[in-house]
Design a protein around this ligand. Structure first.
Ligand SMILES: [Zn+2]
Length: 525
């Protein structure tokens, strides 16, 4: 008996094949059949006339490592059609917890750590994935092994290269986590202590990942003035190791760097022509989101969050940082404080330039004061990017969509502040702004949100609406799908999502979350 029959819709199957009229039958959590299934008996029928029926979106770049433990219903994600998340990106992660001082590690992962009530009860990847499974998330989750816990556990937060024995130890921890089912690894070379990692360390990690044919995702060293050299570094390591590689959220920050995304993509094309397996992800916004401390020079972050906060109180340090910031590619009017871990009205949602004017001081001092007080837990939304760069990235065949957002619940602790709207509206925005306007063909856009990212992440039974695959499905109205989340009011769910199905169970219907949480933890190998 068919559990669920989705009838009369336009199927876009995620392979890139053109859309076609078809019904979709679901049984036992799997896609049972796709085609003309008129008259087939089913426990439940969902009328999809006038709607697109696609595989659920596979969000290949997310930071829900801890928010899924606080808010397993994954409201902001599943309501936009996401059915699978790949966490552990940008080098930021929570396992393994070996050797590192727990407070220091939590401090370094401040970007992920929005709910102090979530306790870290695991020590290794296997324990973390078991904790995640016990939380019963609404979406499927696969995890990368983040570089920060590896380096923090072995080298600590010191500003130095890893010794050969430390490299071996890091690769051993990485291998254990890959053996436990992690989908790959990630680094984030703008986040301390990863700012201190030398290329040989990255090459050693890449070899370990390549030996299991998993994915290595890179938040590269710089997205501004040194974008192209940073991309060249990734490609060098990818070609030297044969590692399946992903460049995270390809952007060019700062007006003087506009146009460099197209050049970066040419470098990627040349590397692919030489045989490297390199992909790219991108989100359809002109602003990003990160800890404000990402702006603090690496030397000022040595020793970890506590040491950084103490250092930023010294006037000689502040003078040196101010001098370095006199030539930032972005201006303070393009940087908005999006969240602070304190009840201080009138800070979140305002630009640094604005806060500086109100305080009668400079933007640099506003940032130094906030990071000095709150460390890595103050977040920013930062602009200064060009539409042309974004379009170049979106259109490139090797590019897939990844929100770089988090599963958030506006009613819970994860929903505080003024988060980046991509956590709520990334996928609907792609279809509203780029498909409905004719910039991207529908089937290609769906492929970039489903089959292509699933393949990057090595998820062989996800991302295509084909018999035998897992029944993760989104049903949306192509003429009405739209993101309603804005920078000022980000906690708004999108319109036009008719239904979202995870492992054969309906989670969202007519925009309402039914409370079901049928997601699985996906282990590689
Ligand atoms: Zn990220």
């Amino acid at each position: 008996m068919t559990d669920l029959l989705i009838t009369g819709g336009t199927v876009v199957d995620g392979t890139g094949a053109p859309e076609r009229r078809a019904d979709v039958a679901v049984a036992g959590g799997l896609v049972e059949a796709v085609g003309d299934l008129t008259g087939r008996p089913a426990a439940r029928v969902l009328d999809a006339a006038g709607h697109v029926v696609a595989p659920g979106f596979v969000d290949v770049h997310t930071h829900s490592d801890l928010t899924l433990l606080s808010s397993p219903a994954a409201h902001s994600k599943v309501r936009q059609g996401v059915t699978t998340e790949l966490i552990g990106n940008c080098g930021l992660g929570v396992a393994p917890v070996v050797g590192a001082d727990m407070a220091a590690l939590r401090g370094a992962a401040g970007y992920l750590d929005l709910d102090p009530a979530v306790t870290w009860d695991w020590t290794d990847m296997s324990g973390y994935l078991a904790t995640l499974a016990e939380a019963r998330p609404a979406v499927n989750v696969a995890s990368l092994v983040a570089h920060i816990p590896l380096r923090a556990g072995v080298v600590g937060f010191a500003d130095r290269a890893a010794e050969p024995a430390e490299l071996d130890r890091m690769c051993g921890l990485l291998e254990d986590a890959l053996a436990a089912g992690a989908a790959g690894a990630s680094t984030g070379l703008m986040y301390a202590p990863l700012t201190y990692a030398r290329e040989e360390e990255l090459t050693a990690l890449a070899r370990t990942v390549a030996a299991r044919d998993r994915l290595f995702s890179w938040h590269i060293r710089d997205y501004g003035d040194d974008l192209l050299d940073s991309v060249r570094q990734v490609l060098r390591v990818a070609e030297a190791t044969g590692c399946r590689t992903q460049i995270s959220h390809l952007i060019a920050v700062g007006r003087r760097n506009w146009g460099k995304v197209a050049r970066a993509l040419e470098l990627v094309d040349e590397s692919r022509a030489r045989g490297a397996d390199v992909g790219v992800d991108v989100y359809p916004y002109l602003a990003g989101n990160a800890p404000l401390s990402q702006l603090v020079p690496a030397w000022a972050q040595a020793g970890g969050e506590t040491a950084m906060r103490a250092r930023l109180a010294e006037e000689s340090v502040r003078r040196r940082v101010r001098a370095e910031w006199s030539d930032l590619p972005t201006s303070w009017s393009e940087v908005t404080v999006s969240r602070i871990p304190a009840d201080r009205p009138g800070v979140a949602g305002r630009t640094v330039a604005d806060l500086a004017e109100a305080a009668g001081t400079g933007g640099a001092d506003v940032v130094l004061d906030l990071v000095g007080e709150f460390g890595n837990a103050v977040m920013m939304v930062a602009g200064g990017r060009s539409e042309e760069d974004l379009l170049a990235a979106l259109r490139h065949p090797a590019t897939v969509i990844g929100s770089d957002g988090q599963a958030l619940d506006p009613e819970g602790p994860t929903g505080a502040g003024v988060p980046h709207p991509r956590s709520f509206g990334c996928y609907p925005r792609l279809f509203a702004d780029h498909v409905r306007t004719g910039r991207l063909p529908l089937a290609e856009a769906v492929r970039k949100c489903t089959g292509a990212p699933a393949a990057r992440a090595g998820l062989r039974d996800r991302g295509e609406l084909v018999a035998g695959m897992a029944a993760d499905v989104v049903v949306f109205a192509p003429d009405r799908i739209a993101d309603l989340a804005t920078y000022a009011e980000p906690q708004r769910y999108p319109s036009g999502i008719r239904a979202v199905v995870v492992n054969g169970q309906v989670v969202v219907e007519h925009g309402t979350h039914l409370g079901t949480r049928p997601g699985s933890v996906l282990r590689a190998g």
